[in-house]
Design a protein around this ligand. Structure first.
Ligand code: SF4
Length: 419
């Protein structure tokens, strides 16, 4: 199948040095009965570098999780994929099931799942599941060695050793998340793929979860963030919070220990932590691709943000510019931020289009107050942006990690009063 639109500018050229994952022209289409089809993902281009956290955001049903499934070779049989997704010289889209099982899942791509409790085997202890995983992924043999390796794996994710003999239902949400993260880290995969890892968690646990993921990418390990949570108290401290404290932390206003988990790197982190986030590749050599609809979590952890709408990446931006000044440039991205309770709390009007019935032009046009007649034609992707009439950018000059942040002039349109 062919990509439906050019991706020029979204991820120009070949992947650079330090690139862990390079996606080019990735499309996923589902064939349905009576000749119907659903274009779930269309012409996605992105790179994720070592030490970098790229967060893919968008409303439910925009294609985010289909993209994640495609990267792991887990799309259903009626799906057709096109393009490429390369990691360690391997194209994930064309690899056969044996290769995916033996080389990719857990080894090249560590999956941090959406629902840790559901991901863990309910009838086995965490120790048992970790020992099985280190035996499989790290080829550890012998009872003593397995036990030690499992405990080391738990420690990497700050999972307390005295909880290893518990079953998943005996764990709080935060500890279940740490157990799942420990399993994802066992194979030392260069890419961590976190698909909605904070769904169902209260705000405090969201913050802790994304901070821990961030630390593993930065290579600072679990020690700095070894929390004090040891019991089934999943909601501790999460309801006061609110946006004010969350964003204070995200912008560097929090302090060590704030929130009670002793998480210096995370609580005092946020944007202020950009220096260690953006070290030269990060000592871990690991990259994180996190998929979420939670913009607060994205703000807390992202180096770059990719915004998906109706199966397409419509904006790819540096996180500091995106969440700060000048803000997003695509009207949909602006709408997402404006809808946050601690911003304008104004929802985007209308609803997303059906992926099986996309309009010919810009899919956001029916909801966009900047739309003109020109928007009846698909906007080309230029400088990481797919919009005929974007908001002003931060000015010329390349951003970090090869990010295109240059000003993109609006497409001339005689009808346009906004450009
Ligand atoms: S291309 Fe037009 S309709 Fe689409 S987001 Fe931009 S201004 Fe709005």
């Amino acid at each position: 199948m062919g990509a439906a639109a050019t991706a020029e500018g979204t991820a120009p050229g070949a992947a650079g040095p330090g690139t862990v994952l390079s996606v080019r022209g990735l499309s996923v289409r589902f064939r349905l009965a009576r000749g119907r089809r659903v274009d779930a993902v269309t012409d996605v281009n992105l790179d994720v570098a070592a030490g970098e956290c790229l967060v893919l955001v968008g409303e439910s049903g925009c294609g985010k999780s289909v993209l994640a499934s495609a990267l792991l070779g887990l799309v259903p049989a009626n799906a057709e994929t096109a393009g490429s997704a390369r990691i360690a010289g391997l194209d994930l889209l064309t690899a056969d099931e044996r290769t995916l099982a033996r080389r990719v899942r857990g080894r090249l791509v560590g999956l941090v799942p959406q629902s840790p409790a559901a991901h863990l085997t309910p009838v086995r202890t965490i120790r048992s599941q970790l020992e099985e995983t280190v035996a499989e992924l790290a080829a550890v043999r012998g009872r003593t060695a397995l036990r030690a390796a499992a405990e080391a794996a738990a420690a990497r994710a700050a999972f307390p050793a005295d909880h290893l003999d518990r079953h998943p239902h005996q764990l709080s949400g935060g500890l279940a998340q740490r157990a799942a993260t420990a399993l994802a880290l066992v194979g030392d995969a260069p890419l961590l793929l976190a698909d909605e890892p904070t769904t169902g968690l209260d705000r405090d646990l969201v913050d802790r979860t994304v901070d821990e993921l961030r630390r593993h990418v930065a290579g600072t390990g679990a020690a700095a963030g070894a929390g004090t949570e040891t019991g089934p108290a999943p909601d501790s401290g999460g309801r006061d919070g609110g946006a004010g404290r969350r964003h204070a932390a995200a912008r560097g206003g929090g302090g060590p220990g704030q929130g009670g988990d002793g998480d210096a790197a995370g609580r005092g982190g946020g944007r202020e932590a950009a220096a260690w986030r953006r070290g030269p590749g990060g000592p871990s050599g690991r990259a994180l691709l996190m998929i979420t609809h939670d913009l607060a979590a994205a703000e807390r952890i992202a180096d770059r943000v990719a915004v998906m709408y109706a199966g397409r990446i419509v904006e790819l931006a540096d996180a500091t510019a995106f969440f700060g000044t000048p803000g997003p440039r695509h009207p949909y991205s602006r709408g997402l931020l404006r809808a946050l309770p601690d911003r304008d709390f104004v929802p985007i009007p209308g609803t997303p289009p059906e992926l099986g019935d996309l309009p010919a032009g810009c899919a956001f046009a029916p909801r966009c107050d900047r739309a003109t007649g020109l928007c009846a034609t698909p906007p080309p992707v230029t400088g990481g942006l797919a919009c005929h009439h974007p908001f002003p950018g931060p000015g010329p000059g390349p951003g970090p990690g090869g990010m295109a942040t240059e000003t993109v002039p609006a497409t001339p349109d005689p009808e346009d009063a906004h450009a």
